[in-house]
Design a protein around this ligand. Structure first.
Ligand code: ACO
Length: 401
């Protein structure tokens, strides 16, 4: 097929499947230099934020463009704390899902349903509506996520305890039981907060582009984020973190032969990829992966856990980084390669891993949606196509076909 002739015939100038080389917007939120392995939120290097900030502060930074003063931070954190409850009617939604439902579609459905509970504040053009929707989403997503988990294990839902911090509250709602006191492990809370920071934004990735595209029709924030959650669920995007664990478990179950697995990847056996490796933008070590790798060692040792899968992951990385196939294609570990091992050590089951990614990515989705809706230059997202089908033909009645 002569694509350039088709482009010419249809009057289009570009065909860029996967948007490999197409900018869809301007943005002042996140900077990535994929060749140098640099990532900054609003100008601040990711490593510095991961070390010195916390997730709510980073959320504020992404959404409002500057680090908050103490007063701004307290006000923001207080608002988020006061909106963590779910409407009792929304809580009943969870009864309708099967026990073995994957928590990602449950998460997305419940977020979508928020637009039915808050119909008074859905106008993308009204800054007050946008602000209250922002707070509601940030506050309620961890509650929804915890209930999605509770549903799968058949345990009662816990109301939020608003004396706790953002991450601590989420951990208690996830792992706590009504009749038993739950002590949040500070090692777990600190590590999870850091992982949320590392996931908080990543410019125009698949889920963020989805949020923007849906929002470009002036659909409300809840509807846009609900769509973004579905986009995140795929194994080539956020779903990679659970796919990595499945892969490591499979390698372990087959005797731990890392070299044999890498050969299968290189031979491009159907469906076999080195999950957690490669990235559209990073052609160097993903700076988030470097932090997560260090964190995995640290968290596992502080929790007093060892994991054979961590050894397998490190062997895989060593193998791949010294192999021409991966070197030539500039394939390095991405953020998803080591995160699952930390989540597992914290006690999360594999299907919850991508839910954790969604909680982390939420402030980025919100910030990007707000940036887009506030920009007067925004137009509805409406790509064109190059038509390759039949030219006009006459209808043949069914009796003559
Ligand atoms: N394992 C083996 N080979 C790979 C991998 C991998 N993980 N990733 C890319 N390649 C190869 C491709 O087969 C291709 O080789 P070829 O040139 O011989 O055909 C080449 O590298 C380029 O790969 P593309 O798929 O064209 O790269 P693209 O930018 O479209 O895809 C992606 C990026 C989806 C991340 C890809 O690297 C991949 O599938 N990785 C595994 C899934 C994963 O970890 N996803 C998480 C991404 S990070 C995130 O979303 C948070």
């Amino acid at each position: 097929m002569d694509i350039s002739a088709l482009l010419k015939a249809t009057g289009h100038v570009t065909l860029d499947p996967g948007y490999v080389n197409t900018g869809a917007c301007t943005s002042a939120i996140t900077y990535i230099d994929g060749d140098a392995g640099v990532l900054r939120y609003r100008g601040y290097p990711i490593a510095e934020l991961a070390e010195k900030s916390n997730f709510l502060e980073v959320s504020y930074l992404l959404i409002y463009g500057a680090l908050p003063t103490q007063e701004q931070y307290d006000d923001f954190a207080d608002k988020v704390r006061r909106h963590t409850l779910l409407d009792e009617d929304l809580k009943r939604f969870f009864d309708g899902f099967p026990r073995d439902a994957h928590p990602m579609p449950v998460l997305s459905s419940a977020v979508s349903a928020l637009s039915t509970f808050y119909q008074d504040s859905l106008d993308p053009a009204d800054p007050e509506h946008v602000d209250i929707s922002t707070v509601r989403l940030l506050a309620k997503l961890p509650t929804i996520a915890a209930y999605a988990y509770k549903k799968t294990v058949g345990q009662p839902f816990l109301y939020p305890d608003n004396s706790l911090g953002y991450v601590e509250n989420f951990l208690r709602m996830t792992f706590g039981l009504p009749a038993e006191p739950y002590e949040v492990d500070p090692v777990v809370a600190e590590a999870l907060d850091r992982l949320f920071i590392l996931h908080a934004d990543h410019e125009q990735n698949c889920s963020t582009s989805t949020v923007r595209l849906v929002g470009s029709s002036q659909a409300n924030l809840f509807a846009s984020v609900s769509a973004g959650i579905h986009a995140l669920s795929g194994p080539l995007h956020g779903g990679a973190n659970s796919a990595v664990l499945d892969m490591l478990e499979r390698i372990a179950a087959e005797g731990g032969d890392v070299g044999h697995f890498v050969e299968r990847v290189k031979n491009k056996e159907r469906g076999v990829r080195l999950m957690g490796f490669g990235h559209r933008v990073y052609k160097n070590y993903d700076p988030r992966a470097a932090i997560v790798k260090k964190s995995a060692d640290d968290v596992l040792s502080r929790l007093g856990k060892s994991d054979q899968l961590l050894d397998i992951a490190k062997q895989l990385e060593d193998f791949a980084l010294n192999d021409d196939y991966f070197i030539e294609r500039k394939l390095y570990p991405n953020v998803d390669f080591y995160t699952g091992l930390i989540y597992r050590a914290m006690g999360f089951p594999t299907p919850m891993f991508t839910v954790l990614f969604a909680i982390g990515r939420l402030p980025g989705w919100i910030a990007q949606w707000r940036e887009m809706t506030a920009d007067p230059a925004t137009k509805i997202g409406r790509p064109r196509q190059v038509y390759t089908g039949e030219q006009e033909r006459g209808f043949v009645p069914i009796s003559n076909r």
